[in-house]
Ligand binder design. Sequence first.
Ligand code: B12
Ligand code: SF4
Length: 508
Amino acid sequence: MTNLRILCVQLGFHEAYPDASTLATTYNDGIYYVASFVQQEFPDARVEMCQMFWGEKPEDFPLATYDYILISALATHFWSNIETIELIQRARRPGCVVIMGGPHAAFAPYEALRYADYAVIAEGEIPAVQLINALENGEPLTEVDNLAYIGADGDLVVNKIARYGNIATAINPKFLAGAPKLHWATVSMSRGCPFACSFCYAIRLLGRRFRTKTAEDVRSELDAIYAQTGCNRFYVTDLNFTTRKDYCREIAETFRDRDYKFIAMSRVNHADDLDLVLDLKRSGFDEYCLGVESEDPSVLQAFNKRVDPSEQTRRLLRFAENDIAIHSAIIFGLDVQDRPAIEATARWCAEARIMHPVFVCLAEYPFQNLLYGARQDVEDHRIIMEVPTYQHYSFVGIFPREMRPSELQRGILDSYDIFFRRAFEIETRPQRRARLKAYSRSVDRGREGMRQHIHFLEQLEKPYYTAAGTLREDLLKADFDARHGELREWLARSSKSTDVEFVKRYAR
Ligand code: B12
Ligand code: SF4
């Protein structure tokens, strides 16, 4: 097992459909934690990283020399890079094992396994090491956690799901040695979130139990990343960073003497503890990405958000008054959200002084209920699959019932204009206006992709809507069944929906 050669690959975005949000990062942390842990457990192995986000290409690496190739992807990365994955398949040496992990492998292992030998469907550090050990020692794979693969009988095998305790892995800065100037350095301090919002897939990847690193370990990790990259702005990818107030206080205290800036994800209720908000701000936490989603009570209820809608605006204004910039995804695509409702929500974002709203489309994967017994709100046949915009929420990926997909996409595009018009009327402070201008420029970079997607949707939707714009659902469903019926039958043979223990662990 000495001298293993391992290549880790992060697949990138399609150039026509970039992630143009102000939060766009230059790396996703998941594969870095996996690579760092694998390197730590196999110190003699040579582990390398190919980061397509910053222009590296797998073909520039000696693909025929690796024993293992580990690939990480979101859905949009996967469907934007089929040629690259095929190239990896062709160029690898016989016996080289390809393992795919990350959100796409987790929610669509049947797609990942067209190109990979194994898919990891939740946290990946320990399973990656277990799998390599089992394969190197010729042991059975039954004890490898979170693993999916095609068994000897041709059926999909899904192993047990494991959730782990407190995490200690730090990103090994050597994997960032080739990084360009970073806008944000992406890190994680905790994992898990105790809530269960209906649309959220994140808790299925990382679980509902909130677990933290020690503040001391976090400081060493961030200091090392700063020393390597010179980047002092950190994107904290924790699902819900402010879950435990004592932990927030500890982190605030730990970074008091550093000149770092942070953006973290939280819930809007964080505004209620202004003392904590300001304590964190003194240590550089002056930006948050909040799960606001909407101002409309019926939408919030449909999403099981468990927030008081009447408090939403007041809480958001509180952040603005204390000079904290708020980013938030605003979700459209529910049946109740017609064009006037979309426009009202876009205007409200400006009035609640959200600084960076990202208007997105509700998205789901098909077969989640069938395969994992997991909640799924958009039915299989209403999901637009297998395109480079798949699960890239800026691009409509469903067939709404009372609105054509192209109209929803136009609504998303127009929401930005409505928001900016109103926001520039409201915001008077130069600093906030400058931020809005910068944000509006970054939105402009994504507009062409959205226009292109409108044309794509107009062609796709033609047969499926009445002249009045109502979905002809029976026809759509019949076409879906004809295309994917066989796949569904094959998946049904591996269904975990009756495995109570599995469903409980993988629930959302
Ligand atoms: C933080 C976050 C963001 C941040 C920062 C993203 C970033 N650069 O890291 C922001 C807000 C910018 C963002 C943006 C987007 N995001 Co986001 N994001 C998340 C979130 C909440 C956490 C991601 C994270 O870093 N977690 C911490 C790390 C440690 O976990 P992880 O990445 O899942 O990695 C673990 C496992 O997946 C696995 N693993 C990962 N790769 C590999 C590879 C191998 C080989 C193995 C074995 C294992 C493995 O092991 C890792 C460690 O245990 C996730 C939900 C989630 N993952 O829980 C959504 C999520 C990843 N985002 C999602 C999406 C769609 C996007 C956008 C495309 C949105 C858009 N514009 O349409 C953009 C794309 C940005 C990008 N650069 O990729 C979706 C992906 C859906 C899909 N299946 O494709 C998710 C799952 C949200 C959801 N639906 O719940 N996102
Ligand atoms: S969307 Fe809801 S369940 Fe998911 S991480 Fe945020 S608060 Fe938790």
